[in-house]
Design a protein around this ligand. Structure first.
Ligand SMILES: NC(=O)c1ccc[n+]([C@@H]2O[C@H](COP(=O)([O-])OP(=O)(O)OC[C@H]3O[C@@H](n4cnc5c(N)ncnc54)[C@H](OP(=O)(O)O)[C@@H]3O)[C@@H](O)[C@H]2O)c1
Length: 384
């Protein structure tokens, strides 16, 4: 058994109220869980699951059975040398990564409820979702590659849910913020999405907030890199691709068949710097300064601010780019690395519905994943 010891309690989502607090109940839900990708988010999630296991079992009769963990090369299964694992409070031996065998192990052969959590950023893992869902395994993920990947695969994933398995991905957009669920609730209650506007990159939000002309843009990128606000390669943030993926996920949630290629993506990295080795790119970072200074001057001349904005308009046109916004705009007043999303809908048409807050970080992302798990658990049939 992979360690179940209660450790220091971190912030975890409260159990859904509808599951009720049942104390020592006879009706229990057992959910077998496998975690794919014990990296930053996966490790934070494992901690949160371990900390919450006793509380969930006692309060709402939910038994989370952690059956295995798989990383890029190795996997650890709870069936491996149970005695040794029990003695050490955790899995001690490993096998080579085999995603199909891993999924089969978590699914078991006793008809139990089973759920896989993909905390990787790997496309090959996402390619397995249709098969897993069709076989009745629930899937939860912060990995954006399925939601924003090829449309036929996305459609295959949705179709595979006909098995009754659930697929949830709240943490793919703005980490732990309730963005996808908010949109889902609007749509499920009969509202109609008209437009989406957002700032989906904490890194770019921070850079835009700090870019006031006092320092060259390259100095700010170097500072953000040193603070760990950027990806190891800052071009992954500056390209805007990650933001475009989030916009595609929201558009598809609303039933619009958008693909990445449809997004008018205006990145901050000039083509000449896009393919350089990281070290050379960092040395030539000051080549971003003149174009960014010109954009800032344009913003100042208009009495506005520069912001990195994702937009989906009423005609399904999607764009991701730097924009000059009026100083009175809501996006001009976000703090630090805040993400913000505004949904304009038939009901929220005069004043959009906004969700705002920190949109990155392993712990809040893991909590978003955990909340998805709990929503699925809530729908499971309880057994005596
Ligand atoms: N970090 C955040 O704040 C944040 C916010 C929102 C969403 N996300 C998303 O959350 C996911 C995880 O992010 P992270 O920051 O935790 O990444 P990370 O630290 O790089 O961890 C990725 C994990 O995935 C594993 N992995 C890679 N390929 C795999 C494969 N084929 N099979 C099984 N495991 C595989 C890696 O294994 P090894 O350990 O063997 O390399 C590693 O454990 C990503 O999709 C990311 O976009 C992250």
């Amino acid at each position: 058994m992979i360690t179940c010891a209660p450790e220091q309690v971190q912030h975890v989502p409260s159990p859904p109220l509808s599951m009720g607090r049942i104390g020592a109940t006879t009706l229990r839900r057992v959910l077998a869980v496998g975690v794919i990708g014990p990296g930053r988010v996966g490790s934070a999630l494992l901690e949160q699951l371990r900390a919450a296991q006793p509380r969930l079992a006692h309060d709402i009769g939910l038994d989370l059975k952690l059956c295995g963990v798989v990383a890029s090369k190795r996997m650890w299964l709870d069936c491996d040398d149970a005695e040794l694992n029990g003695r050490h409070g955790g899995a001690q031996i490993w096998r080579p990564n085999d995603l199909d065998a891993f999924a089969e192990h978590v699914r078991g052969s006793d008809g139990r409820h089973a759920l896989l959590i993909d905390c990787s950023a790997n496309d090959e893992v996402a390619a397995h979702y249709p098969r897993w869902l069709a076989a009745g395994l629930h899937v939860v993920t912060p990995n954006k590659l399925a939601g924003s990947g090829p449309l036929p695969r996305w459609q295959a994933i949705r179709a595979a849910c006909a098995s009754g398995a659930r697929f949830r991905y709240e943490a793919t957009v703005c980490a732990g913020l309730p963005v996808v669920q908010t949109l889902r609730d609007l749509l499920d209650t009969g509202d109609e999405l008209l437009t989406v506007d957002g700032m989906f990159s904490g890194t770019l939000a921070w850079l835009c907030n700090r870019h006031d002309g006092q320092q060259p843009f390259s100095a700010l990128v170097r500072e953000a890199h040193a603070l760990g606000y950027t990806e190891p390669d800052p071009r992954d943030d500056l390209s805007g691709l990650d933001v475009a993926r989030k916009l595609v996920i929201l558009a598809r949630e609303a039933g619009w068949p958008l693909s990445l290629e449809d997004v008018d993506l205006q990145g901050l990295v000039p083509p000449a710097l896009a393919a350089l080795p990281l070290e050379t790119f960092m040395q030539r970072l000051d080549e971003l300064d003149a174009p960014m200074a010109a954009k800032l001057a344009e913003a100042h001349a208009a009495g506005g601010v520069l912001r990195h904005v994702a937009q989906l308009d009423r005609h399904g046109r999607a764009s991701v780019r730097l924009m000059v916004l009026p100083a009175s705009h809501a996006f001009a007043h976000t703090r630090l690395t805040d993400n913000i999303v505004q949904f304009t809908t038939r009901r929220y048409c005069d004043n959009p519905l906004s969700v705002q807050g920190p949109g990155a970080g392993p712990e809040v992302t893991a909590a978003g994943v955990f909340a998805d798990l709990l929503r699925i658990a809530e729908s499971l049939e309880a057994r005596a």
